[in-house]
Design a protein around this ligand. Sequence first.
Ligand code: HPA
Length: 270
Amino acid sequence: MLKKIKNTAEFIQDSTNQFQPQIGIILGTGLGGLVNDVNIEHEIEYEDIPSFPISTVESHKGKLIFGELSGKKVIIMQGRFHYYEGYSLKEVAFPVQVMKFLGVKTLLISNAAGGLNSSYKKGDLMVIKDHINHFPGNPLIGENIEEIGPRFVDMYEPYANTLISKAEAAANKHEFTIQKGVYVGLPGPMLETPAEYNYLRIIGADAVGMSTVPEVIAAKHANINCFACSIITDICFGEIKPVDIQDIINTAMEAEPRLTLLFKELIYHI
Ligand code: HPA
């Protein structure tokens, strides 16, 4: 496994003239607009990268983008891998482990999530302060790769407080509110039943989604600082209405300018 990760990292370095990103960014549903602000230096399609999974969700384009954003060298995953697509949790985490060998120190993630906290509104941004892993496993099970990190990973501060503070300051500056809460990650692809939404609220979650948690676990193992922000795309309390996936994508697109601003400002201050 280590060899595979290192081979992929070497391939990327050779294909990008030894580009050294400091920040990794995983873009979620309908949030691709951030790429328009990147001074792009290199792009590689996932299908051309050895050992890389290939994205199967239509709304996700699969490529790695390398360039400068807010004065920092970034690697962007345009298109992510979900457990519900059939990838193992190790496969979902693989790109993060590759990022470690490219020199990434900070990982930024966005996603779409359902709002469980009754004070949330559709279109809100929620900075993730903590998570609950509700996937059936995690990417670290099996032989530990000592070169990446220790056997027993401390999840004491899964999302870096310094990054959360910077994001709050950025939102303040641009005069929009952000929520801060706990994200629960589930396998999907089905959405939750009303009883499950209730259960997830009772166990302490403010938002629910189908991603992010495996990548953050892999990043913490690799001693990479994490920041993640959810767009609350649907409301999962009170009278639960049928979910319209197009409506989720539209809400994500409406929130995109705010999220883009937040990320750009955050990156500037890292
Ligand atoms: N549940 C799970 N994942 C989601 C939801 C939801 O309600 N909304 C967006 N992603």
